[in-house]
Design a protein around this ligand. Structure first.
Ligand SMILES: Cc1cc2nc3c(=O)[nH]c(=O)nc-3n(C[C@H](O)[C@H](O)[C@H](O)COP(=O)(O)OP(=O)(O)OC[C@H]3O[C@@H](n4cnc5c(N)ncnc54)[C@H](O)[C@@H]3O)c2cc1C
Ligand SMILES: NC(=O)c1ccc[n+]([C@@H]2O[C@H](COP(=O)([O-])OP(=O)(O)OC[C@H]3O[C@@H](n4cnc5c(N)ncnc54)[C@H](O)[C@@H]3O)[C@@H](O)[C@H]2O)c1
Length: 458
């Protein structure tokens, strides 16, 4: 059987449902094909569940520190089943909300199953062919599982299967010390597990400046997380019911034994089983769909949005991909993905808010930079809250006074960074920022001060 639509959207992640909504809102027919769960990675196994866990872990951490605030809370216990139940309830609500939103659109059909191209204008789902004028690929990514020696002899977890555990691991070994690895590492440590992080690079979150990496490492180690960097030749072997991880670091023991292992070494686009050849859609060497500045693939009526195009790996970048494509198709705009200023947060606690270039990247691109930095120990709000780890750092182009980037590692850093994001989006200079009158007492109020104290020792 063949059904015809104005548009077919493959994947109900962060861009697809919104795109379907735009078509349906314009009275056009649209099919959304989803092979797993509506809401994709973010809602089901990414942002939403992890941030509920971060919240539970924070509550446990603060309860243990209650005496610091003059509060006696008694012994702190963690009910892992209740933590999970809270997580599942919030995830379930969010997914159900999206499902009912899609179901409420009269010209939108949600079709369950795996979609595969059979021609440039046609995909097949469960024996049925769906034809459309335009096709939008929003298939996301999954955990990369490299072919480590011994992997076939042990059980390892990914961000997806870790969420299925119904008991707290005794000792979680996290391979990969970046976003996914570090968020889970701190969560499980705070919930009561022993945790070791193993990272191949010489430092954690190595795409950040060294001072950021060092501060994050210090925060995690202070909570009892063991960190092993420079780990070459990861290999696995069973040891009873435990798993031995060979690490070959420059220093320290050559193996770490844990009850559970999480692999968090990057993501792989879900493009290998999509029949892209049948449509003539080109991918790069890592399987990401090649797109132009307007997110068109090598086939003009097919667009790729979200993690599968390699232009971003965040929920807000996937959604922004939708905004760009929709504005260009429906509103006559000429928006481009290269206009996007990179911004993101790492949800360790305290969080790292980031925008634009790091100091190292700015220098590598030839900027002569001025840097402003202030530790959280000198931020009134952080002192009052009793959470003084981290710092505010801004990077400015010496010649143009342009704001190049910022990092706020500290309490409220994920929110306070938005002042800088918005200033950069509005094209404001560092001098402009020094004239902002911010609310006292906030972490944000120190950002103008930092811009006004460039090149000064912190
Ligand atoms: C543990 C974790 C935590 C994260 N935390 C954050 C965070 O705090 N903030 C943030 O911004 N980002 C976070 N991310 C990243 C974020 O989840 C992704 O960037 C985002 O979900 C990408 O959205 P997407 O629409 O591109 O793809 P996805 O959300 O992955 O959706 C793709 C959908 O396509 C479906 N699909 C795939 N192939 C097919 C097919 N052939 N046929 C039919 N359906 C198909 C999949 O089942 C899936 O539902 C996190 C990711 C992880 C793993
Ligand atoms: N807060 C957020 O917004 C958030 C949270 C989680 C995930 N995400 C998204 O998910 C994506 C994937 O996250 P990720 O942390 O899996 O990937 P990543 O690419 O950010 O980091 C992978 C880490 O694993 C290390 N690594 C690679 N091979 C290794 C090996 N053999 N042994 C030890 N370490 C090794 C890398 O050096 C790197 O530090 C991120 O790029 C991010 O966009 C975002």
């Amino acid at each position: 059987m063949t059904r015809r639509f104005d548009a077919v959207v493959i994947g109900a992640g962060q861009a697809g449902p919104a795109m379907a909504g735009r078509f349906a809102g314009a009275g056009k027919s649209v099919a959304v094909v989803e092979r797993e769960r509506v809401g994709g990675t973010c809602v089901n196994v990414g942002c939403t569940p992890t941030k509920t866990l971060v919240a539970s872990a924070y509550a446990a951490h603060l309860a243990r520190r209650a005496a610091d605030y003059g509060v006696s809370a008694g012994p702190v216990g963690v009910d892992f089943a209740a933590v999970r139940a809270r997580m599942l309830a919030i995830v379930g609500d969010k997914r159900a909300g999206l499902e009912s939103w899609l179901a409420g659109m009269p010209t939108c059909a949600l079709i369950r199953g795996h979609a595969r191209f059979v021609a440039p204008h046609a995909v097949e789902v469960g024996g049925e062919t769906l034809e459309a004028e335009q096709i939008f690929i929003n298939v996301g990514a999954r955990a990369a599982i490299p072919d480590f020696p011994g992997l076939d002899r042990v059980r390892v977890l990914t961000n997806t299967s870790l969420l299925d555990l119904d008991a707290l691991p005794r000792h979680l070994v996290v391979v990969g010390g970046s976003y996914i690895g570090l968020e889970f590492a701190q969560v499980f440590r705070r919930l009561g597990a022993e945790v070791t992080v193993i990272e191949k690079a010489p430092r954690l979150v190595a795409r950040e400046d060294p001072d950021v990496s060092e501060a994050i490492r210090a925060i995690l180690e202070a909570e009892g997380i063991a960190v092993r960097c420079d780990a070459e030749c990861i290999r696995f072997a069973p040891q009873g019911t435990d798993v031995e991880v060979g690490v070959d670091c420059r220093g320290g023991a050559p193996t770490v034994v844990g009850s559970h292992v999480l692999l968090a070494v990057g993501r792989k686009p879900n493009t290998d089983d999509l029949g892209l050849d049948a449509a003539g859609v080109a991918v790069d060497g890592r399987g990401f769909i090649v797109v132009d500045d307007a997110l068109r693939t090598s086939v003009p009526h097919i667009f790729a949005l979200g993690d599968c195009n390699g232009r971003g790996a965040f929920t807000h970048t996937a959604y922004n991909d939708y905004e760009i494509v929709a504005a260009n198709l429906f509103d006559g705009a000429t928006r481009k993905v290269t206009d996007r200023i990179p911004a993101y947060a790492l949800y360790v606690d305290p969080p790292l808010g980031r925008v634009g270039l790091s100091e190292a990247d700015a220098k590598a691109r030839g900027h002569v930079v001025r840097v402003g930095k202030r530790p959280m120990t000198r931020v009134a709000r952080a002192i009052e809250k009793g959470e003084t780890q981290g710092f505010i750092k801004v990077v400015v182009d010496r010649d143009s006074d342009a704001i190049l980037g910022a990092a706020i590692l500290g309490v409220g850093g994920d929110e306070a960074i938005h002042g800088v994001i918005e200033a950069m989006a509005a094209g404001r200079t560092a001098t402009d920022y020094t004239r902002v009158v911010a609310i006292h007492p906030t972490v944000s109020e120190l950002v103008p001060t930092v811009f006004g104290a460039l090149d000064q020792p912190c």
